[in-house]
Design a protein around this ligand. Structure first.
Ligand SMILES: Cc1cc2nc3c(=O)[nH]c(=O)nc-3n(C[C@H](O)[C@H](O)[C@H](O)COP(=O)(O)OP(=O)(O)OC[C@H]3O[C@@H](n4cnc5c(N)ncnc54)[C@H](O)[C@@H]3O)c2cc1C
Length: 389
């Protein structure tokens, strides 16, 4: 018979959302268990660009954490990014003069390890390299069953296990809505020439029956992260092959191809989903809360999922502190977590969804962008500043 470990809180997943939940719980002096099927450092398919909420979350978690992040030798920081709507029209996004960076480029193998390395020795019990296979609701808690036979009985479970979350499927009964999911592929390249000055983030709209987003983000070691993707349902409906498409861009695009002539690909193309399910899925219920991709919190337009995941972890930990104080882990008590997410992300995520709807109409989107370009360029720093402080 396997021994059953008892805890108040069990986090499933130690990506940015799970690690931030753990860091915040430790800050609130709440002991917990955190499980991941991977052993860190582990890689994750991503564009590797950290924006708005990542800065906000890091500064809330610990000022020193933010300082260490800003001087980490493998992370690059830039004060600007450019959205190229077509070959002649682009919108520049800049961080305001008095602030730090607009975007940080950090390979996920390094960034996730950076966070996991900071988990509290006092409050966090780690269980890495062990997968959650089953979750059983019991009267006095949820029984979490691991691959190696270990069992954890917890008063509340945090689902931080990404888009394919077992907690979301089993406890929240959520399913993945492909119409609200993006599919992206990415790969690393070495030796790309003519990158924009100031490590500027390069984002290009690429119209192929549907709008696709093409990113080039600079990294250390003379590498760049190249990614391409768009709405999962539309990609499938129009039979778009993202790999063929991205290779075509790299070979023939008038503003891109000449920069890749001496470049070599490092590793393969890898694909994964980005869930933008905000307000469309259950994020809490009896004895569980979901964070990050498990809660579908990625931004539909910016594709920011790391920062929103981290910020949701902070909100989730605060909610757990209230539960423990009141000794109430019921669905009714946890329901206000949805309101917390709504207050934090609501307007921004809805605006991004709206922007995506306009992006579909190539001519109107370009027309609007050229009319409002100056206003967006002037207004963006204020919005960015509000969200990242
Ligand atoms: C190609 C691509 C480009 C992207 N670009 C960006 C970008 O530039 N910026 C940005 O902010 N976001 C980007 N995203 C989105 C971002 O990667 C995610 O939103 C982010 O990783 C979500 O973090 P998370 O902690 O919720 O989940 P994850 O990072 O997926 O972490 C989940 C963790 O749970 C673990 N796990 C899963 N199942 C189990 C289980 N059963 N038992 C135990 N452990 C389990 C996994 O091993 C993993 O460590 C991109 C996504 C893709 C696919």
């Amino acid at each position: 018979m396997n021994e059953t470990i008892k805890t108040d809180v069990c986090i499933v997943g130690a990506g940015p959302a799970g690690a931030s939940t753990s860091l915040m719980l430790a800050k609130l002096k709440i002991p917990h268990v955190i499980i991941d099927k991977a052993v860190f450092p582990r890689d994750k398919t991503c564009g590797d660009g950290l924006i708005l909420y990542a800065y906000k979350a890091l500064s809330i978690l610990d000022d020193q954490l933010l300082k260490d992040f800003l001087k980490h030798p493998k992370f690059l920081h830039s004060k600007q990014g450019r959205l190229h709507i077509n070959n002649d029209l682009n919108v520049l996004f800049k961080e305001s003069e008095d602030r730090g960076s607009l975007i940080t480029y950090a390979k996920r193998i390094d960034f996730d390890y950076f966070l996991v390395n900071r988990l509290s020795k006092e409050y966090a019990t780690t269980e890495f390299g062990n997968e959650v296979k089953k979750l059983e609701e019991q009267e006095d808690g949820v029984l979490v069953k691991l691959k190696d036979g270990k069992q954890i009985l917890t008063k509340v479970v945090v689902g931080a296990d990404g888009i394919q979350s077992v907690v979301s499927r089993k406890l929240a009964k959520n399913t993945i809505d492909r119409s609200k999911t993006s599919t992206f592929i990415n790969s690393y390249f070495e030796g790309v020439e003519g990158l924009p000055a100031n490590l500027e983030a390069e984002v290009r709209m690429h119209y192929k029956k549907i709008p696709l987003f093409f990113y080039i983000f600079p990294l250390t070691d003379n590498q760049v992260n190249v990614s391409l993707g768009g709405n999962a349902e539309s990609i499938q409906k129009h039979g778009i092959n993202l790999r063929e498409e991205v290779e075509q861009i790299i070979k023939t695009h008038p503003k891109v191809a000449h920069r890749f002539t001496k470049a070599t690909q490092v590793g393969n193309w890898r694909g994964w989903g980005i869930p933008c399910h905000f307000e469309k899925v259950n994020v809490s219920g009896n004895r569980f809360l979901l964070v990050g991709d498990a809660a579908g919190l990625a931004n539909a337009f910016y594709k920011e999922g790391v920062g929103t995941g981290m910020m949701s972890g902070i909100l989730c930990a605060r909610k757990i502190a209230e539960c423990i104080e009141q000794d109430d882990f019921s669905a009714e008590f946890l329901a206000s977590y949805q309101t917390d997410l709504q207050n934090e992300f609501g307007r921004f995520l809805k605006f991004s969804e709206l922007a995506m709807r306009f992006a579909k109409y190539r001519r109107s989107f370009a027309g609007m962008a050229s009319i409002f370009r100056k206003r967006v360029e002037r207004g963006a720093p204020a919005v960015i500043k509000r969200k990242s402080c």
